[in-house]
Design a protein around this ligand. Structure first.
Ligand SMILES: *[C@@H]1O[C@H](CO)[C@@H](O)[C@H](O)[C@H]1NC(C)=O
Ligand SMILES: *[C@@H]1O[C@H](CO)[C@@H](O)[C@H](O)[C@H]1NC(C)=O
Ligand SMILES: *[C@@H]1O[C@H](CO)[C@@H](O)[C@H](O)[C@H]1NC(C)=O
Ligand SMILES: *[C@@H]1O[C@H](CO)[C@@H](O)[C@H](O)[C@H]1NC(C)=O
Length: 253
């Protein structure tokens, strides 16, 4: 009896030690604030990737959104696209109130109906997505409404073989937004800490990326010849991190 008891006690102790060791091994990854990732393996035999990029779109079909959506469907089929990237201002004027807000279906599901667009959409938020409930589009419950809608965090990475896409949340950089009470800064404020952590994580991820193409996606352009002009906050804070890399996709307006 006694030896069996001892063996049992030893086994329990070993399990406790093993669990503690496993917890210790896991600790660095959970404490590490690395950007979350989505793995999107390309399906074409040559490993190539075809994507569509769109921004400033959710208008209940108005402002020619429906016409653009139809053409995206045509081009999407021709190119046999793997996924769609959205550069933000996904839903005008103030994002969606919650995941059951009818505006979501009216501006997304009921508009991008072409077969070729039934692929994952990887999205960042724009300033218009921030002036209501900025967390609603990130809520996993949104994928019960439309499984394509993939914004797993405000900033995240899509690994897709030949290319890594770094989706960066640019709205918090813009200083004058912080004086506007319509912005929803939950999970963001204080600005300086958020930006410092984001840039640190981005730098780490860009350095670690082995993909031949590293593509940074954000809503606010760093330099623009359009009305908004250059963005001084992004020139000062984001550009130095990106300088060594080649390709950026930003919303152009
Ligand atoms: C939509 O596009 C048509 C041309 O196809 C243009 O005449 C019209 O002004 C556009 N509507 C809006 C609201 O931009
Ligand atoms: C979600 O938002 C819509 C639109 O504002 C509103 O009508 C509805 O009551 C909200 N639903 C919940 C569960 O809060
Ligand atoms: C924000 O508001 C404060 C006080 O109202 C003002 O001093 C500051 O200049 C404003 N900042 C920006 C960037 O608009
Ligand atoms: C905007 O940025 C571009 C690229 O860095 C630069 O060439 C241009 O002079 C800038 N424009 C202004 C008005 O500062």
């Amino acid at each position: 009896m006694a030896p069996a008891h001892d063996r049992l006690r030893r086994l329990v102790l070993l399990l406790v030690v093993a669990t503690a060791a496993a917890a210790l091994l896991l600790a660095p990854t959970t404490a590490d604030a690395a950007l979350p990732r989505v793995q999107h393996t390309p399906t074409k035999a040559d490993g190539s990737l075809a994507i569509l990029v769109v921004g400033d779109w959710g208008r209940r079909g108005q402002f020619n959104q429906t016409l653009v959506a139809q053409q995206m469907g045509v081009v999407g089929q021709k190119l046999d696209i793997d996924f769609v990237i959205s550069t933000g201002d996904n839903i005008y004027d103030d994002g969606i109130a919650n995941t059951s807000d009818p505006l979501f279906k009216e501006s997304f599901s009921n508009i991008y109906t072409a077969n070729s667009l039934q692929k994952p959409w990887y999205l960042v938020l724009g300033n218009h997505d921030y002036t209501g409930n900025a967390l609603a589009q990130l809520d996993p419950a949104i994928r019960k409404v439309d499984s394509r809608y993939t914004a797993i965090a405000k900033s995240f990475i899509v690994n897709s073989g030949i290319a890594d896409f770094f989706l960066v949340d640019t709205t918090p950089f813009i200083v004058h937004y912080w004086n506007n009470t319509k912005f929803d800064w939950r999970g963001v404020a204080p600005r300086d800490t958020y930006i410092a952590n984001l840039l640190k994580d981005l730098k780490c991820a860009l350095t670690a990326s082995k993909a031949p193409w590293k593509i940074v996606v954000g809503h606010h352009p760093i330099s623009s010849a359009c009305g908004h002009g250059n963005n001084t906050e992004l020139e000062e804070l984001l550009l130095p991190v990106l300088r060594v890399y080649i390709c950026m996709l930003f919303d152009l307006t």
